[in-house]
Write a new protein. Structure first.
Length: 187
């Protein structure tokens, strides 16, 4: 009985720490993405103010908000455990039950690799261009997730990058960074 209580406390401590670290990581990644998105050329766009930077700024803002929520949830959970009070609502209890039944959490090392890849992608996006940076980023990410199917992963990364690039530049006439490849831009 004591071992079960000790294991539950260790799991709760690990979850609080991971909530705090993940929340902080997502908040920092969102901030970096926002800084990068604010540097996108805004001279191209409509009279309504919607241009190439609108979606990245909106997504970065949502990412930062999600990171802040996760960070504050981790802080609230940590404070509740220190005071000994239980602040979980029924919905949070249901989520806890589902988490216990589902897969184990992502290892911290793999999570750190993903965050670093995302930060690297944000920095490489403009100089390397959309197609090259996205293909490399997606290729590495899906290979980290499922290394056994690396051929499929490479094809997916290249195909996805090319389809999205063509869709934006040719169909929507939204220019994307061309970078070192110097690909033609729709217009």
């Amino acid at each position: 009985m004591t071992t079960a209580v000790s294991a539950e406390k260790t799991t709760a401590l690990s979850r609080r720490r991971s909530d705090l670290l993940c929340g902080l990581g997502v908040l920092v990644a969102g901030s970096l993405l926002l800084v990068s998105a604010l540097g996108i050329d805004t001279t191209v766009g409509t009279k309504a103010g919607i241009g190439p930077g609108t979606l990245p700024v909106a997504l970065a803002t949502l990412l930062m908000a999600g990171g802040a929520v996760l960070l504050f949830a981790g802080i609230r959970t940590a404070r509740a455990s220190h005071t000994g009070t239980q602040t979980f609502s029924q919905a949070e209890s249901d989520v806890e039950a589902l988490l216990k039944e589902s897969e184990p959490p992502v290892p911290l090392k793999k999570l750190l690799v993903m965050v670093l890849l995302f930060v690297g992608y944000a920095f490489a996006f403009i100089p390397l261009g959309y197609v090259l940076s996205t293909a490399v980023f997606l290729g590495i990410v899906v290979t980290v997730i499922d290394p056994a199917k690396w051929k499929r992963n490479v094809l997916f990364a290249i195909g996805f990058s090319a389809i999205v690039y063509l869709g934006f530049t040719q169909l929507l006439r939204v220019p994307l960074p061309v970078g070192v490849l110097g690909l033609p831009v729709g217009g």
